[in-house]
Design a protein around this ligand. Sequence first.
Ligand code: ADE
Ligand code: ZN
Length: 352
Amino acid sequence: MPATTPTREFVLGLPKSELHLHLEGTLEPELKLALATRNGVDIGQSTVEEVRKTYVFDSLASFLGVYYPAMNVLVEEQDFYDLASAYFLRAATDGVRRVEAFFDPQAHTSRGVPIENVILGCSRAATDAADFGISADLILCFLRDFTAESALATLQEALPYKDLFIGVGLDSDERDNPPAKFAEVFALARSEGLMLTMHCDIDQVGSIENIRQVLEEIKVDRIDHGTNIVENPELVELVRERGIGLTCCPVSNSFVTSDMKATEIVELLGRGVKVTVNSDDPAYFGGYIADNYLALIEKSGLGIDDVVTLAKNSFEASWLADDEKALHLAEIDHYVESYSDAAASATAAESV
Ligand code: ADE
Ligand code: ZN
């Protein structure tokens, strides 16, 4: 395989898995306006342009300050269904075959929305994503700036629906909210057979200590972001050895910090870490998954081989069964072969 730069067409068609995607982060202005009208919620804007103008931030905290109030338009089970379905339909156009999507129940229950509206709406959409050629599962995230007691109460409220999500995660504002604060609730989730992941956001105070905690104390199966691990060779070796995936989000990184961390992502890839590329909150950061691959390619000059490794990593780091992973990996090999054959035929045709 030549180390040529992948085209947009190649990236769009490449089968891939999305492992770091907040369903609430897919709320496009058009849907936000439609839901505001449907539910009689005054959001203070009446056009797409006005809503887009509010999507302005330069740090994790300022992003979250826009993100949570926007969720007021999500009330009924159908709202969550419509939100998630719109995302799955959009993801399919980017070659996505598998999604393990986050949702934040506390962002809704804290405003009086019943947890079943959230879980049942998202879960019905995840099932129906099969119509778009996507297998989808859900990850229930706790808000780390809420108390550990609130996380525990949320898990207990969600456990009757345990068959409708495959794991738990931790998101929101990392400052002063280290992983160890949630050790008990994550231990309970593990004992209930759930998979574990946690955000270790970019360039946080205590990033390395938090990454150490998620690996050594919480014993997560995956890390969301986690790119600062590059600063600590021993931790890099630990994730490499354990095959723990890092769900990186280049476009989001460039909004909440000063750059997309392409150098760090590529360095980790080169060191054999299961780095993956994802979109985080695409409606807010303006990039779905293919845009994230393309931004990274443009910034770092990655060739086809590395991009194929990233796509393969996205299935290997997923929580699919081994036989399902193998099918997706074979589909990637087939795609790359057909693409090379088509390129070779085009070159041959040009030379006659
Ligand atoms: N919630 C939604 N997106 C997030 C992110 N990138 N970090 C932390 N919490 C989030
Ligand atoms: Zn995230």
